[in-house]
Design a protein around this ligand. Structure first.
Ligand code: HEM
Length: 438
């Protein structure tokens, strides 16, 4: 059997620590075991935070990696979407999918993003206290529903919202997660039956949305309209089953990530007065209701978003399952093992990011970083298809919020972390007081 790099031993405690706070576990392991180490949870994963090795992982040939065959992700994301593709088939589908989250499509969606913020903030009264993570989740979900699905009536959004909440609750249950991690395939068990009902309800709504988009065409401006009109080189469109699974993957991958990043951004800005002051100075000439395109061009706002994603990359380690052997950092890693580029380690490398624990957006104005030094959206063939979308979205959401609202933090200081759903976020969700209009 091949000798994998050293690392902390397997144990329930190890897996629990990885689930609760991967940021700390990964940095501690890197300090103890060096540049390349193995984490043993339900799978064996060879991790690295060394730039040249990250470059090697992202730059590997197209047939180097396979798909993640773990039963949990397959159940949640489905069998027919990009999550179950690798190599040339993945390339082919991404060529169809990714342009619909970029460029001109995006430019037309800024207004929808701004409307999502307006609708939520218009309900707030000065003195209201609430958990920012909840408000951010509501806004980010609304953004996905409007921009991706064209759910533009309150009724359509309410239907989707209810179905999505059930779906997310069903796969977030500890019993579902535990049984899936144990590779249990008995679909008659209650957690899987409940999940199947929730997914079927969501699928039915997506089928209706696809039919609406097919009859209305790409002119309506949302991503789904473009997606149903898109064609492979052979002239065929994507099958309905693939569309449904890709849309579900987009919802799962695309709303909590943005919500947690927005929550961290407000937290850090209100904990770093000079950074907030500089950002407000940049926003001031745009008035209380800035145009989304103008927000997209602000350089300090851009640096703030990048710094938030450096300090707390929503995905701490970007994983690839080997289909072929790979020599990484002097170790021969066999097929079936996962290799991972750990942003949670590299983003804190003081040689690249001096004073890495400090929130300092200016670092992104002073120099640029290679894609193997800074990679909040992953890299290579599988890089997040929503990267451009999210950067623009976070700038529009944060800029719109701060141009119109004043907040104060109810729990200052560095918050403890907790895994909620797929991601790790501030345990209390950043409680704030809304102080009124700016
Ligand atoms: C702050 C926001 C976000 C962050 C930090 C983020 C980060 C990531 C990362 C690190 C990956 C893995 C990439 C890799 O393996 O190289 C990923 C995958 C993915 N992301 Fe994002 N993402 C964000 C928002 C979004 C949004 C808004 C969408 C859709 C509109 C989206 C859609 C996806 C999809 C579909 C995948 C799976 C790709 C695959 O399996 O091949 N993400 N994301």
């Amino acid at each position: 059997m091949a000798r994998l790099p050293p690392g902390p031993g397997f144990g329930a405690l190890q897996a629990a620590r990885y689930v609760a706070d991967p940021y700390t576990l990964l940095r501690e392991a890197a300090r103890r075991y060096g540049d390349v180490f193995t984490i043993r949870t339900a799978r064996r994963c060879v991790m690295t935070g060394r730039p040249d090795l990250v470059r090697q992982i992202f730059g590997a040939p197209v047939d180097q990696y396979g798909v993640n065959t773990e039963i949990g992700p397959r159940r949640v994301l489905g069998e027919n979407g990009m999550a179950q593709l690798a190599g040339r088939a993945l390339r082919r589908d991404r060529r169809l999918l990714v342009p619909n989250f970029q460029g001109d499509v995006l430019a037309r969606q800024g207004g929808m993003m701004r409307d999502a913020v307006r609708e939520v903030t218009d309900r707030w009264q000065p003195g209201d206290e609430f958990v920012l993570r909840e408000a951010s989740l509501e806004i980010a979900l609304d953004v996905i529903l409007r921009t991706v699905f064209g759910a533009d009536t309150p009724r359509q959004r309410a239907d989707f919202d209810a179905a999505l909440r059930d779906f997310v609750l069903a796969f977030g249950r500890p019993s579902f997660l535990l049984l899936s991690a144990l590779r249990v395939e008995w679909n008659w068990l209650p957690p899987f039956r409940r999940f199947a009902v929730a997914r079927a309800r969501l699928e039915a709504l997506l089928r209706e949305a696809i039919a609406r988009a097919r009859s209305e065409g790409a002119g309506r401006g949302d991503t789904l309209g473009h997606l149903v009109a898109a064609r492979y080189e052979d002239g065929n469109g994507m099958s309905e089953a693939a569309l449904i699974d890709n849309l579900i993957t987009t919802i799962v991958a695309g709303h909590e990530t943005s919500a947690v990043s927005l929550t961290w951004a407000i937290h850090w800005l209100h904990s770093t007065p000079h950074a907030l002051a500089r950002l407000l100075e940049e926003l001031a000439p745009l008035g209380p209701d800035p145009a989304p395109e103008a927000l997209g061009k602000l350089t300090y706002l851009d640096a703030v978003v990048r710094e938030v994603l450096r300090l707390w990359p929503a995905v701490t380690d970007v994983n690839r399952v080997l289909a072929k052997p790979m020599t990484l950092g002097g170790y021969e890693i066999p097929p079936g093992i996962t290799v991972a580029a750990a942003s949670a380690i590299l983003h804190y490398d003081p040689a690249i990011f001096p004073e890495p624990e400090v929130f300092r957006p200016e670092r992104f104005l002073e120099r640029s970083y290679a894609p193997w030094e800074y990679f909040p959206f992953g890299g290579g063939e599988r890089m997040c298809p929503g990267a451009q979308f999210s950067m623009f979205e976070l700038k529009v959401l944060l800029g719109t919020l701060l141009a119109r609202c004043r907040f104060s933090l109810l729990q200052p200081g560095v918050p403890p972390l907790k895994r909620v759903g797929f991601l790790v976020s501030p345990a209390a969700g950043v409680p704030v007081r809304y102080e009124g209009r700016r």
